[in-house]
Structure formats: C-alpha cells, structure tokens
Design a protein around this ligand. Sequence first.
Ligand SMILES: NC(=O)NCCC(=O)O
Ligand SMILES: [Zn+2]
Ligand SMILES: [Zn+2]
Length: 466
Amino acid sequence: MSRTLIRGGLVVTATEEILADVLVEGERIAALAGPETSEQWVAGVDRVLDASGMYVVPGGVDGHTHMQMPFGGTYASDTFETGTRAAAWGGTTTIVDFAIQSRGRALREGLDAWHAEAEGECAVDYGFHMVLSDIGEQTLKEMDTLVGEGVTSFKMFMAYPGVFYSDDGQILEAMQQAAGNGALTMMHAENGIAIDVLVKQALAAGHTDPKYHGQVRHPLLEAEATHRAIQLSRVADVPLYVVHVSSTDAVAEITAARDVGTPVFAETCPQYLFLTVDDLARPGFEGAKYVCSSPLRPAEHQESLWRALRTNDLSVVSTDHCPFCFAQQKELGTGDFSKIPNGIPGVENRLDLLHQAVVDGRISRRRWVELASTTPAKMFGVHPRKGAIVPGADADIVVYDPAAEHVLSAETHHMNVDYNAYEGRRVTGSARTVLSRGQVVIDSGEYVGRKGHGRYLQRSTCQYLS
Ligand SMILES: NC(=O)NCCC(=O)O
Ligand SMILES: [Zn+2]
Ligand SMILES: [Zn+2]
C-alpha cells in the first residue's frame, strides 16, 4: 500500500483551519498530526508533498455536470474522459452527472447507457442523478430500484416541453414516490409552457439574436416555477433541491419557503455569479456562447445570489457544466436563438472562480470549501467519504496555491470546448497537486492520472434529511 505525506499546509475544511500534516495510506486518509508526530512518519512514506504556503482542502464535488449529453441535435463536447480530466485540473475530484431517461423508454435503459459511457473513462470518481422525462407507472416503480443502486436523486424539468418536460401531475406523482423511497427531488424550475409562447412571439417579431434567449426566459417565470415546485414538494412532503438558480425572484421564493421550515435546498452556478445579460448581448452571434437555462441575468441579480450564499438559502455552487463548441454546435442556432444548444462550460474553473470570491472578501475560506465540496457531498450522499479531511475519508485532496495568479482562457484550459466563458479573467488561486483516492492525478499542474481510475459512486440518501 502506498503512503504519502502532505506536509506543512493549512488544512481548510468547512468547519476549521488547522496547520496539520496529512498521512495518506492507500486510497484513504490515515491520520492528521502536527509536525512533531509527522516527522516520525517521514521515513515510512513513499512520497512527501511539500504544502508550505498552500491550503490543503477536500477535493471539489461538482453535483451538476452533463458530460456528452444529447441536446438540441448534438452532444455536449466533453466526454467523461475529457471532462473528468479537466475537472481534476481544476481541483474537482467527484462529479455527479445526469443519466437521462428518453421519452417512451425505461429508466434502466437510460442509466445503463450512462454507465456504459462513463465506465473505464473517468479520471475521478463519479455518480449519477437520474432525469425523469416520462413519468408513469413503470417509471415510478423503477425509481425505488434505482435508489437501491445509489441513484438517490431525480431531476425533473418544468422547462423544455416536448423534450424533458413533466407536467404538474407527473411531478407530484414522482415527488410522492420519492417521499416513499427517501430520494431527493431536483427541479429545473422555469415555466417552459409560457416561455415557448414568448419564444414564438419573439421569432415572429424577427427577434432571432442570442440576447432574446434571456428576454423570453423571464425571471418571473423562474420564480413562478420555483414557487410551484416548492408547493408541490410540500404537498408530497418531500425535500426539494432547485438547480441553477439565477434570479433575485427565485431566491425570494426559496428564502420564503426555508423561513417557514420547508426542506428546500438550492444551488447556483459560477455563470450567474460572474456573467450577465451583457455577455448574451455581445455583438454578432458571440452571445450564443452564453446561452444556458436558466439564462444569465442583469447584474443586479448577482447581489441577491451572493447574499443567499452567505445566508445558506443557496447552499451549493455547482457548474451545470454543459459545453458546446461555438463553431458548429452553438452555430446550430444562427438565425434562431431557440435552436442554440443550452449550456456553458465550467467544470475546470469553479474552484478558482469561487476562490476569487474569497480573495475579494465575499465568502470565507471555510465557506468556499463548504459550498464547493462539503455541502454537495452531504447533499448527494457521499459524505464523509468525499468533502472531508478526516481519517477514513477517501484521500481526495487538493493542495491549493492561494497566491497563484492565472488568466482563464480557452488557450490554456483542458475542457474539450473551443471557448472559455470567462476568457481573459484574471484569478488568484490554483490547484497545484490533486489526489484522487490517494493517487496523485495532478502534479504541480501536470496531469499524471489515468483514464479509468475514477469509479462509480453508489450514493446514500441526502444527509440533510436523516
Ligand atoms: N442548463 C443548461 O443550459 N443546459 C443543461 C441542461 C440543464 O441543466 O437544463
Ligand atoms: Zn436544468
Ligand atoms: Zn444542468
């Protein structure tokens, strides 16, 4: 069994910051100790990693990715291989991706297909949520089986009629089923039926540019759907996790529900914290790079999101990593914004963008770890294996250089996509060395991992509910 000692760093977790050395044995963390004790370990280890001046943090847990997802006539451009490698470069050592049920098909078929795509391909560990696109008697029964296989969360869509959309009755039934089997329900909360009316009207008026994507997906239609999802979850008596929250109005619904004790949780994503509608309105067709749903909002929404991250009404930052190349993929929507594949890349950039928020004084170091690693690990049932630096946990560890300045760019990133949504942005902080289950996968910025190292994670149920 290989032994690694990480020496001299500041261990930062969601709850404490301590100067401690970390001993890794095989795939797990064996012990933490001060320098006098760890001095005695040096002779018996295979490798000593010098972490002086560095933070030693649990690997990032990105609870919302879409590797090679089919969407709008094409596929997200990162495969499980390229996307998990890019994740590792950015300090993320666990992803939870979305397996998708096709309409008219069984959950099993969708889940098997995603397993087949991911198995043997990943650089870091991965789990699956399941997207419900065809809720009926058979789907409801299958939900129970999947929970037994570690797929303990189900995403439904109030958006995308004719594709992933579920109506209120179907949503209520799936929520009732989840209430019985202990799963977490996840919601893409936008009123897709109303949005489609506005899309038709916009196109009829000749409004075809990417910026109209943001206009038709009105924040009130996000708020309305969020409200409806919350009320349905209360009727079903099931916890709810709202994905990619983008607006002040949706946050207000979540806050109001949480204030009366409803088990509603929510995430936002870096794109809503760092980008705005001005990016969607870039000249020519460039705005297509910024088309995602929920859409980017005017800058004033960002303050509400930051505030909610501080008050815990938003408790997770995930990426919703869903990359489509500008050339040939985003271009499918030239002359019709509604045909632009929805999604923004970011799995590699999340930790650094959030660390910039630490540097800027918006959140504390501990909150950074909590939002990016510990809370998603608990939310999605992989804590304390993931998201923690304690003896017995998986040795998913990032030696993070808080002073390393770099510029985010498609020229230097490792995601398989021809643009970076944050092109030219200077950030302070970078993952220097990354361990995934005890194996060094990033060594001083170089990838030294291997395809197939990443294993499927059978998740338990949401730990905020037990
Ligand atoms: N978010 C987005 O624009 N694309 C990915 C699919 C989804 O999460 O709705
Ligand atoms: Zn969504
Ligand atoms: Zn998504």
